[in-house]
Design a protein. Structure first.
Length: 727
């Protein structure tokens, strides 16, 4: 066993749910080709040294440092094999049953392959998948070359869990043809919706920059059908080109992550490109040109410029530009057509004050060369924001929105310090109470969660943490004093996780705050660390990191939030109530458990929670928006299993209109509902100040953020609850 000096390098609570399986499909499928045969008598080449170092290091970490300390054996291999196939073709649109059977011989050998570093399943699976992509590429092109029959009385199943892998070429072709017929119907319907005049009194919606311009929409049904097929053919051609050029460690990553996921949903391998994106998420900053990119057909498209960033200031790039080539300073230009987006991003990013040159195609068709000096790009949406919320004849209240628990060595800012500053400012303004909104906050830095809780209590334990050897420690607030001593509401939802749950649970156990939410939080009660795998090669080769579950945390009451989450004191209607989400829904989630409580003093709360619940429930029944949310959720939940769609155009169109009418009848329109309070944002001295872009408008993201707040019915009811807490 290779024993490497891997220890916890960064103690962190990471995002609420694991990255979904990297299924390499969205649609396709593949015909009946024989598996590329590796004959037993063939001389095998030596394994890739990177994969040897990577796989052995991962096995060591999983067995010795993971919370469960579980042996990677044949049983784990068999579980991992099922996950691996899902990662390879989760939509069941590429592989045939014969492909599965050919790979199934490896099902109990994955542990042996990881120990030896010879990842045969990973490479054979990648070869089969690549072969299938090439076949499907031709299949798709041939199907879309001619008009499709939209009169057939047949149905397409959209839930891959209800499908088996196709057994024959013909079954695969039918599955793929049906999926294409559905996509053509949907694209044509979108075009016709754009052509239809808006309802009386409404203006055309021209804000969607991704919508097809009216001038490009054909005037006849036949021409619209032809355009839909041509656009689909182009889109899938680009997708297939990228699928045929995987990254150097992608095959190994798929297999390693299949194994890691058998231990728990939050242990996973991050190759170098994904590690870079993780760092950006945690710090809120990167060095680059400040442009948001996406894959579009064969190209990489610019869809947004970060206000204040290098591209914004330079003024030559615009949303809709297609990047054709990239040249680093002093190097030749490299064609990036059909290149994977992570590779293009890696080429564009670089140190501050260096120059990168892009050749772009403008929407009008002309090409331009653009030179941009890289700079630090600050993603302001990552950071905490504050506001004063007020109503006529009522006290003003404070509001803090915290999207994540950011920080770390790479960041000049931290969630705890930013929230502390906002709490201090709100106290100076003598607000009647504060709402801390951590809805959809998936977590982040553990220490920031402890610090933030400590600013609202005097002293005491915040969270208990226990490792695989049963060793337990308390993370406590040891600093006397409170930054804000007024009434506090913490808003949560089913997507609040990890560090968010530490804060909500501690403040609930101390009776320091009233937790208001739409249901139990995510239920991620485990701690992850990042182990730098480059140590395995002495830094000579970039391998990335392994995000590893090493501990479980417990509330000061002794109960774990694992699987169960934090149940709000006051429940409000859940707009995502039709979605099955949370730790309890994830495969191989670690079990709930309990430890002894940690002694702590309760806050002398002046409110009666039972009375708050009764008053809130009575208001919600009469609330014009919240009352409708519950009805909408019931309708969507009832439709969840309705996954078979008719392909005959009249039946498809009727079904679509009926479903839309049902939703419109019960769904509230948040955009048209009146503002229920006024919002005055608190200026952030740390924020990037953005002047108007050359020839453009100033950054108005903060104004839009405040406008959206004023229409939020959940914040509206939270303000009512804050008022009740004073009575």
């Amino acid at each position: 066993m290779l024993r490497l000096p891997f220890r916890v390098l960064l103690l962190t609570l990471v995002a609420c749910s694991p990255k979904p399986p990297a299924s390499k499909d969205s649609p396709p499928a593949t015909p009946d080709l024989p598996l590329a045969q590796a004959t037993a008598e063939a001389v095998l080449p030596p394994p890739d040294p990177r994969e040897v170092a990577l796989s052995r290091a991962v096995v060591h970490l999983l067995e010795q440092e993971h919370l469960l300390r579980k042996q990677i054996d044949d049983d784990v291999s068999r579980l991992a094999f099922k996950t691996y196939i899902d990662r390879l073709d989760g939509g069941k649109m590429f592989l045939l049953r014969t492909d599965y059977d050919a790979l199934a011989g490896y099902a109990d050998q994955i542990d042996d392959q990881l120990r030896s570093g010879r990842l045969e399943l990973a490479h054979d699976g990648a070869k089969i998948f690549s072969t299938r992509v090439a076949v499907v590429e031709k299949l798709v092109a041939s199907i879309l070359a001619s008009p499709l029959d939209h009169t057939n009385e047949e149905w397409v199943e959209l839930d891959p869990k209800k499908l088996e892998l196709p057994a024959t070429e013909q079954e695969l072709r039918d599955r793929w043809r049906q999926r294409l017929e559905l996509e053509v119907l949907e694209r044509v319907a979108q075009m016709e919706a754009r052509l239809a005049p808006p309802p009386k009194g409404e203006k055309p919606d021209d804000e969607d920059k991704t919508a097809l311009p009216l001038a490009q929409i054909p005037t006849t049904p036949q021409a619209r059908d032809a355009k839909a097929r041509a656009d689909l053919a182009k889109s899938y051609s680009g997708r297939f080109a990228r699928l045929k050029t995987p990254g150097p460690l992608d095959a190994a990553a798929d297999l390693i992550n299949a194994v890691a996921s058998t231990l728990d949903p939050h242990t996973n391998y991050l190759p170098p490109a994904e590690k870079a994106n993780f760092d950006i998420h945690m710090s809120g900053a990167l060095e680059g040109i400040g442009a948001v990119l996406r894959e579009r057909d064969h190209y990489i498209e610019i869809i947004e410029l970060v206000p204040g960033g290098a591209s914004w200031r330079q003024g030559s790039l615009s949303p809709g530009d297609l990047i054709l080539a990239v040249a680093a300073e002093g190097k030749e230009s490299i064609d990036v057509v059909d290149m994977r987006i992570d590779e293009v991003v890696k080429m564009i990013r670089g140190p501050k004050n260096t120059v990168v040159r892009l050749r772009v195609q403008k929407p009008a068709g002309n090409e331009e060369d653009v030179a941009i000096t890289r700079d630090v790009v600050v993603v302001e949406e990552t950071y905490a924001r504050g506001a004063i919320l007020s109503r006529p004849n009522q006290p003003a209240y404070g509001y803090i929105h915290l999207p994540s628990f950011y920080g770390g060595k790479a960041s000049q800012r931290s969630a705890a310090s930013d929230v502390r500053r906002l709490l201090g400012e709100l106290k100076q303004r003598k607000v009647g109470g504060v709402i801390i909104d951590i809805r959809s906050n998936g977590g982040g830095i553990l220490n920031d969660a402890v610090e933030m809780t400590g600013d609202l209590i005097d002293q005491g334990p915040v969270v208990q943490i226990q490792d695989s050897r049963g060793r337990r420690e308390n993370h406590s607030d040891k600093t006397k004093g409170i930054v804000f001593d007024g009434r506090v509401i913490v808003m949560v939802d089913r997507f609040s996780a990890s560090a968010s749950e530490i804060v909500a649970a501690a403040l609930q156990d101390y009776k320091r705050a009233v937790i208001v939410g739409t249901g139990p939080t995510h239920g991620k009660g485990t701690v992850q660390s990042l182990a730098d795998l480059d140590v395995a090669t002495g830094g000579a080769v970039e391998l990335g990191v392994l995000k590893l579950t090493i501990q479980q945390f417990f509330r000061v009451s002794g109960s774990s939030t694992q699987r169960e989450g934090v149940m709000p004191d006051i429940l409000l209607p859940d707009p995502a109530g039709h979605v099955d989400s949370g730790e309890r829904e994830l495969d191989h989630a670690i079990a709930w458990s309990k430890v002894d409580p940690a002694p702590h003093d309760k806050w002398p709360a002046a409110w009666n929670t039972s009375v708050l619940v009764q008053k809130s429930a009575a208001r919600v029944l009469k609330h014009p928006v919240l009352a409708k949310i519950a009805t909408t959720t019931q309708l969507l939940r009832a439709r969840r299993n309705d996954t078979k769609v008719p392909l005959a155009q009249p039946a498809w169109d009727t079904r679509r209109k009926e479903l839309r009418a049902q939703l419109e009848a019960v769904s509230p329109d948040l955009k048209t509902s009146p503002a229920r309070f006024t919002v005055k944002t608190i200026d952030d001295p740390n924020a990037t100040v953005t002047a108007p872009r050359p020839g453009g408008k100033p950054d108005d993201r903060v104004a839009k953020w405040g406008e959206n707040l004023a229409h939020d019915p959940w914040i509206d009811e939270s303000l009512n609850i804050l008022g009740d807490m004073a009575k």
